[in-house]
Write a protein that binds this ligand. Sequence first.
Ligand code: CA
Length: 443
Amino acid sequence: MKIRLPSLLLALAIAAVSAAHAAKPNIILIAADDLGYADIGVHGCKEFATPNIDSLAKNGLRFAAGYATSAVCAPSRAGFLSGRYQDHFGFQGNPKHGASDWGLPLDERTIADRLKTAGYKTAAFGKWHLGEKPEQHPMSRGFDEYFGFLAGMHDYFKAEDPNWGAIMRGREKAELKEYLTFAIAKEACGFIERQKDAPFFIYLAFNAPHTPSQAPEDYLKKAAHIADKQRQTYAAMVMALDDSIGRVLKTLREKGLEENTLIFFLSDNGGPLIKGSAPNGSRNDPLRGGKLQMWEGGIRVPFMIQWKGHLPAGKTIAEPVISLDIQPTACAAAGVETKPEWKLDGLNLLPLLEGKAEHLARTDLFWKFGNDQFAIRGGDWKLVKVHADKGLFNLPKDISETTDRTAEQGKLAEDLKARWDVWETKNPTVNLKVAAEKKGKEQ
Ligand code: CA
C-alpha cells in the first residue's frame, strides 16, 4: 500500500489531537440550590429516595465534611466558580434582581474561562445569580452556551416570571415547555449529545429545591405519604431533581462517556430553616442551623465527586474539603497548569482521592458573613460566631455543635481567632452588597 507523506502526516496529526482529547476528561459541575444536608439517601434520608445522587457517592467519593464558602447562594457560587474566597473581593450577600449593577467582579476569572482557554467547549444551564448586565452574563464569563435565568430564583412553570425575569437562551428570551428542573437537564443532555471532538465543561446549576415550592403533580403524588405540605412539595422537587440528574448520567452512559467524565455534585449552601432564608421544608440534621448561618447546617453540604475508572468507588472522605477545591482539581484532571497569579484558594484533591496523599496540605478553612458572623475550621476544631452566639467545637466528636469547649481550650480558641484575623486582613472592608444595591427584591 502506498501512502503519500502529507496524508500520513495529516493522519498522525488527527490521531494526536484525538489522543489529546481522550486524555482530557469532560467535566460537569452539578449544583443543587438550598438542598438540606439530611435530604439525600446516602446521608440517611428515608422519607424519599435519591438513587441518582446516591449513585455518585457509590460510584465515586462522598465528602462527609464538604463545605461551601458561604451560607447563601450568590457568594457561594462566586466562590466555587472563581476558585477564590469571595470575601477577598467583597462579595457578601445576594445581588438584587433587576436593580443592582454588580455581580462577580469582571477582573475575576471563572473555571469556565480556564477550561475554555484549554480547548473545552463550555456551557452553563440553570441559575446564574452573578450579575445581570451584558458583561456579567455567563457568555461573557467563559461559557459558550447558556440556558437558564439570571436572577436568584425563578418560577418552575412560567418562562416569564413577573418577579424574577425571563428564561433565557443565550442572551434572548426563551420558551419554557416543561418543569424547569427537567428543562435544565434536557439542555444539558442535548449539549452532551452535540459534542463530538472537544472535551466539554458543563455548569449544571439546578435551582431546585430552592423556593418557590412548586413540583409536578406526579411527583407530589410520589410524596403523598409526607404529611407536612411544604415538606411534601420539597420531597417532590428533590425527587424531580434526582431524576433529572439521572437523565444526564444516562446520556453520558449512552454516549460511552461515563468513564471519561469527571462529575462534581454539591449544594450551594445548607437547607434554609430560619425566617428570611426562604425556608423550603429541608432538613440539615444532625447539623446545627441552616442557610444564612455559619453553623455547620449553613455551610456543610451534600458534596461528592465521581470519575469512574479513575477514582475509587464508594469511599467516604472525612478530611474537610471546600468548594474552592473544585477548580484546582478540575484543572489537574484536565492537565491545565494552575498559575500563582490566579490566586486560587483551593487545592487539587486528586492525590488525596487516589490514596496517594494521606492528608491535604492545608491547615484552616475560613468563612465570614456580614459583620457579626465568622467561622474557622482548623483540623477537628471550629471556632464560630453567629450573631450573639459563639463557641469552640470539636466537630468529629460534636457534629451538632452543642458543647462549647472555649473554657477548657482557651488558648486554642485564641489561636484560631488570631488565624482568622490574619485571613480577614486579605478581605476588603467595602461590602459590595451594601455599596451597590439600590432597590429590588432579595432572595
Ligand atoms: Ca442556595
